[in-house]
Design a protein around this ligand. Structure first.
Ligand SMILES: [Zn+2]
Length: 282
């Protein structure tokens, strides 16, 4: 299946499978010993674990809204090998385009693209070799994130590739903003300073595309924080706040990188949280 459909109140949503990448398991789980994380995410012979590139499509009165865009088609074969990228679709398209197509949509039908942040596996499909991937869309990102992506250092440069975002006519937002009725940007810093999650609310129901705050369901325990995170202690507090609200208000959490679990809800489990109502890929 290339997508999973669910409703949030009156908003119809589709979690789109834009392919996979494979990243170092140690880097993905930070301080967690391999003996623990390898049980949840068995690594391959290069110590890499499979990760989804899941994007979210929302059918909104204002037009189709796409959250994050996967890796796109601009990377070379060395990059594709290192990161184990598998996102090529049919006939020269990407898997993201294929998923849209299966739902009956062309890239030009997308009216809004919202980036949680500008790392290559979240904004890589904003542009393609041919130019803007979604030529009629308004692209939205946090102002601080674009600034941050443009001023890299030795630690951050590997994840921010200028060809993913330079030339995109972004609409810049600052902090918590309602982008469209029922679609809200929620600053969730830590992974990077201006990371945002997207909260969807309709008819008393809520869902949150958490992106890299909790990349997979295996990352739910508070200290299971990625080594990639620039501010791990900020991630910790972001999660604490997010979990409180998510549990109290019964949010559906959608996981961008989990290879099998698309979404679920939080429930108290001892001192921490567990996941219930898991929706898995077939
Ligand atoms: Zn990231």
């Amino acid at each position: 299946m290339t997508y999973t459909t669910f409703n949030v109140g009156g908003l119809r949503c589709h979690a789109l499978e834009a392919g996979r990448q494979h990243l170092d398991g140690g880097a993905m789980f930070g301080i967690v010993p391999k003996a623990l994380w390898a049980r949840r995410a068995p690594p391959d012979d290069r110590n890499r674990i499979p990760l989804a590139l899941r994007c979210l499509l929302i059918e909104h009165d204002d037009g189709l809204v796409l959250i994050d865009t996967g890796i796109g088609n601009q990377e070379n074969s060395k990059f594709i090998d290192i990161y184990g990228v598998d996102n090529a679709g049919q006939g020269g398209r990407t898997k993201l385009e294929d998923a849209l197509r299966e739902l009956g949509h062309a890239p030009a039908d997308i009216r809004w693209v919202i980036n949680t942040h500008l790392h290559f596996d979240h904004a890589g499909g904003d542009l393609s070799r041919e130019g803007l991937s979604f030529p009629r869309a308004r692209y939205v990102v946090q102002r601080g994130e674009l600034e941050f992506a443009r001023h890299t250092n030795e630690r951050t440069a590997g994840s921010y590739l200028a060809h993913n975002f330079e030339g995109v006519p972004f609409q810049l937002i600052d902090g918590e903003v309602q982008i469209l009725p029922g679609i809200r940007a929620l600053p969730t810093p830590g992974h990077v300073p201006f990371h945002q999650s997207i909260l969807i609310e309709s008819g008393g129901e809520k869902a949150c595309f958490v992106a890299d705050v909790v990349p997979t369901a295996a990352h739910l325990p508070l200290p299971w924080i990625m080594g990639y995170d620039l501010q791990p202690l900020v991630t910790l507090e972001t999660r604490r706040r997010l979990y409180q609200r998510a549990e109290a208000e019964q949010w559906l959490l959608v996981f961008e990188h989990d290879p099998t679990i698309v979404s679920g809800r939080l429930e108290k489990e001892g001192k921490g949280v567990g996941l219930v109502n898991e929706k898995r890929l077939d």
